[in-house]
Design a binder for this molecule. Sequence first.
Ligand SMILES: *Cc1c(COP(=O)(O)O)cnc(C)c1O
Length: 435
Amino acid sequence: MASLAERSRRAVWHPCTQMKRLEDEPPLAIVRADGPWLHDDHGRRYLDAVSSWWVNLFGHNHPAMREALLAQFERVDHVMLAGLTHEPVVELSERLGALTGLGHAFYGSDGASATEIALKMSAHSWRNLGRPGKCEFVGLVGGYHGETVGALSVTDIALFREAYAPLVRLSAALPSPDARAAESGEDAITHARRCAAALEAYLAEHHERTAALIVEPLVQCAAGFAMHDPEYLRLARALCDRFDVHLICDEIAVGFGRTGTLFAHSQAGIRPDFICLSKGLTGGVLPLSAVLTTDAVYASFWDDRASRGFLHSHSYTGNALACRAALTVLDLFERDDVLVRNEHTARRLDALLEPISRHHAVRNARRLGMIWAFDIESDRPGFSGAYHRAALDQGLLLRPIGQTLYFMPPYVLDDDALAHLAGGALRALDAALAT
Ligand SMILES: *Cc1c(COP(=O)(O)O)cnc(C)c1O
């Protein structure tokens, strides 16, 4: 019998992967996952220090999650949400509304579909208000909002977009407030203001055609964990108000406590017109995304004519099991005082990561909440792949983005896991630089 890895290589088209590479580097076959640990079919264990692509919050196989999902499965597994409703979707919508001040939750299954929903809702809302010319979008340099054709129009990452450029209606990408790009003598806040001035100039010229600005609040993760001062979000909010442009906050990666607050935008004290949620929404166990918006946007669709309604749908919209998982996540945040506990965890890990922060090859060591990032200065070609392999040797699942090493671990790291992460990451760094 061929190994799982070999069968996978033949039968599965893996995401974000040049399949030819799997000939030399077969995928890890995971046979068991519990807490922050993944166990492969060779009996080795790996710390899931990237939260299985930024989705997992409370570790794998969490007892509360298992119990809640089994109980939900016995009542309602999935029913269509057009013309029907059920308790988990109602309660989740009520609780997300109470937490964000935005409501009317609309559901999809992935982050990219949340982006699509927000873009469509924004432009359709302006059309319903008699302003059909407002149908373009604007994003930031390095922005990432998913990879479906519509989402690619606001995703500014060449590697993901180039092959599809002819299919995509590209949006403008404005200067990112990435604090690392501050000019010498400039601090992060001054840099944020300069980038907001570029936004102002753009909107002054294009506001009549612009439906929405879409941003990843505080951290552009896929761009290599570019972090910015909340001042940018405050100024962007004011400019969007002034020019009648919606502000879409894509909290797909940064929501649910990653930046230290439940949602990142609240650190700027602003209220967006749309919030996109996914990834941590279900604690990383089932696919679900949600878009929340204002009463004003909702009211612009309220009409006797079907064509003025938001007729978008996905088969699994509002899946009951996924909504139950999301409710369990919200319960755990309340029950376990997660944000406060994370502050302690983060400070403990900061101390353990000192040798990496001070490492001769490391630049721009930075942290926000439970996200750590380090830019590695090295001439070594293919640093990311070399680090990934060196980390596996240390029992760590880590995949640097280009030259940026980052940790985005689940929130359930005990002392053993913290020491394993910090020690292994340092040894992997020296090993990767030496090869
Ligand atoms: C991952 C991500 C998306 C896309 O979510 P998928 O579920 O992968 O489609 C969108 N925006 C941000 C900020 C993300 O990190």
